[in-house]
Design a protein around this ligand. Structure first.
Ligand code: SF4
Length: 224
């Protein structure tokens, strides 16, 4: 297990300003790059670039066969990028698991990254996002349009912190009452390092997980 002070959030690379889009541009998200990055570490990825496509590149689309099987096809060349996608899925999702990723922020409407917003009838996930959801159904995921308000941002942060603590084997060791208290208190605590410290100090933990908590506290507390 990787011991992390801050949760790790994997995010479509164009949303953090990387110039990876088909047209060589980006779609930087201010909530992501000015707020969420203060309390979480970000792990950018671009499925299309990591599949070996250049920047700039032809646009791609999803096509569904009669049995519903999706393919990823080049709009100009009609190249079938589905095998490259499957290769990437096999390695990248394992890397997310090893890194203890605690949540995902993805780009809306993209054939690779969309979360239920790729414009077919009905709208579907982009194919890389579909693979992530299948592998990590328990982890929080939003697209950039769902971080527009302060409340939405806080909701997502709370879910990410809960997933983070669970991955760090803390949350599941708690009896029901303190676990409920932690969930309720997290949004406020995230605004204050001291409040988070106080809360962690107050948790009754399984003795075998005490070293993990002590290590987290050590990293949170100011070093003398
Ligand atoms: S939407 Fe996804 S595939 Fe497209 S540029 Fe952004 S990160 Fe890359």
């Amino acid at each position: 297990m990787v011991l992390r002070l801050k949760p790790l959030v994997a995010t479509s690379a164009c949303l953090v300003g990387e110039l990876v889009r088909f047209d060589g541009g980006h779609r930087r998200s201010d909530p992501l790059t000015q707020h969420l990055n203060q309390r979480c570490d970000l792990l950018p990825y671009c499925p299309e670039v990591e599949m070996g496509m250049p920047v700039p590149r032809e646009t791609i689309r999803i096509e569904l066969a009669d049995d519903g099987t999706p393919s990823l096809l080049g709009n100009r060349s009609e190249t079938d990028f589905t095998p490259a996608l499957h290769l990437l899925v096999a390695t990248k999702l394992e890397a997310f698991a090893t890194a203890d990723v605690a949540g995902f922020v993805v780009k809306a409407r993209s054939p690779s990254c969309a979360l239920g917003s790729y414009p077919l009838e009905p709208a579907i996930d982009g194919l890389f996002t579909a693979a992530i959801r299948n592998r990590f159904p328990h982890l929080p995921m939003v697209d950039e349009t769902a971080l527009a308000s302060k409340e939405q941002l806080l909701d997502f942060e709370s879910e990410v912190f809960i997933a983070h603590f669970r991955a760090q084997a803390l949350l599941d060791t708690l009896p029901d009452a303190p676990r409920a208290r932690l969930k309720q208190a997290l949004p406020d605590c995230m605004a204050s390092r001291q409040a988070l410290l106080d809360l962690l100090h107050s948790l009754p933990l399984d003795p075998e997980n005490r070293p993990l908590l002590d290590s987290l506290l050590h990293r949170l507390e100011p070093q003398s």
